[in-house]
Design a protein around this ligand. Structure first.
Ligand code: AN7
Length: 366
């Protein structure tokens, strides 16, 4: 197992880096775009806000080939699908899964059908699915409706479903936890991440547990998941028929991996929390302006929770009593450029000025 973390294997995709943990046969084809090996960035400003001798890191999954963590699971799901002779892929998506599935399908040379909630997909993600040549179907319904239809269509055997109900997706996404442990030589004390369909929190917990069982870490983190207040079925413990949030990636009312997420939270002595859309937008701006990391709104949910926990009048129960000297990892799941509409609204329209140094000096207030 020692070779799994060899530097020479970095950048070659998660299958080559962690083959022994992914149970791939030696003859399986590898469809990779060089996913994984994303930066784990120490965040001095967040660390300062938390205080108490803690350390805060951001695992920037926006640095994957299609700009989200989905690529880790997609390389495994698509490689295994190809080994089994798949001729087409299908997925429901709030945007990132479809962008990733479309890219890996293109790489494989097989068609990809994506079923999306009409008008609820961030511009950049829709552009990606189109650019990679997916067959895009928009429905008058939400993600939960789209996944229901995909489950039905998958039963025909004509398509391989590449949503996280496919266990190969979860297997691939575990590699993010492996990377974190490899990089800091142990598991963190707290692992924060946004929760939508709840596949990723399930995958991280499985990854941390496996690595711990292989004695690669001395401890296990508390898993803290964040949902948007208008789309928080796990937090409220009921299906949300009409989920609403500005963070369209996690606009999900009936998560497929609900039970597994609850198990991860219970077993790790973690928690599920909610943050408002207002806090999400503020955290997205804060992270870009204080740490230089631009993420999509869903990815700002754990940052919003962390920032809120620094404000003593607010209640983020799970983070209220972070012990001194804790190491905290926040996973930010998708790149900010995928969903620029909110930021564009904040920008004033740029008016051009004459192309002289004098005019430019005046414009910048010199
Ligand atoms: C940026 O693309 O569900 O809890 O269809 O795009 O594993 O679902 C995306 C989910 C977090 C939630 N952050 O992860 C889809 C989709 C971003 C995301 C999540 C998603 P899960």
């Amino acid at each position: 197992m020692g070779s799994t973390t060899s530097k020479s294997q970095r950048g070659r995709g998660v299958i080559e880096s962690y083959r022994a943990f992914l149970l791939l046969s030696a003859s399986a084809p590898v469809i990779s775009l060089g996913e994984g090996n994303t930066p784990l960035i120490y965040c001095p400003q967040l660390t300062k806000r938390i205080g108490r001798d803690c350390e805060v890191f951001v695992k920037n999954e926006g640095m994957n080939p299609t700009g989200s963590f989905k690529d880790r699971g997609m390389t495994v799901a698509v490689s295994k699908a190809l080994e089994r002779g798949a001729s087409a892929l299908i997925c429901a998506s709030t945007g990132n899964t479809s962008a990733s599935a479309a890219a890996y399908a293109a790489r494989t040379g097989i068609p990809c059908i994506v079923i999306l909630p009409a008008e609820k997909i961030a511009t950049g993600k829709l552009v990606q699915a189109f650019a990679y040549g997916a067959k895009i179907v928009a429905i008058d319904g939400n993600f939960d409706d789209a996944l229901r239809i995909v489950r039905h269509l998958g039963e025909s055997g004509d398509f391989v479903i590449v949503n996280s109900i496919n266990p190969d997706r979860i297997a691939g996404q575990k590699t993010a936890a492996y990377e974190i442990v490899d990089e800091v030589s142990d598991a963190p004390d707290f692992q924060l991440l946004p929760v939508g369909n709840a596949g990723n929190i399930t995958a991280y917990w499985a990854g941390y547990r496996e690595y711990h069982a292989h004695k690669k870490s001395t401890k296990l983190p508390a898993m803290i998941g964040f949902q948007a207040a208008g789309a928080a079925p796990i937090f409220y413990n009921r299906i949300i028929e009409k989920p609403e949030t500005i963070a369209s990636a996690i606009r999900i009312g009936n998560p497929a991996s609900w039970k597994q997420a609850c198990a991860a939270i219970a077993e790790s002595r973690g928690a599920i929390e909610v943050v408002s859309d207002e806090d999400i937008v503020a955290a997205q701006n804060w992270l870009a302006r204080h740490e230089g990391i631009f993420v999509e709104p869903a990815s700002a949910a754990p940052i919003a929770g962390l920032l809120k926990s620094c404000n003593s009048s607010e209640k983020v129960y799970a983070l209220q009593k972070i012990p001194e000297a804790s190491r905290i990892v926040c996973t930010v799941t998708g790149h900010g450029l995928k969903d620029p509409d909110l930021i564009i609204q904040q920008m004033k329209k740029l008016k051009s000025i004459p192309a002289t140094t004098t005019d430019v000096r005046r414009a910048i207030g010199l």
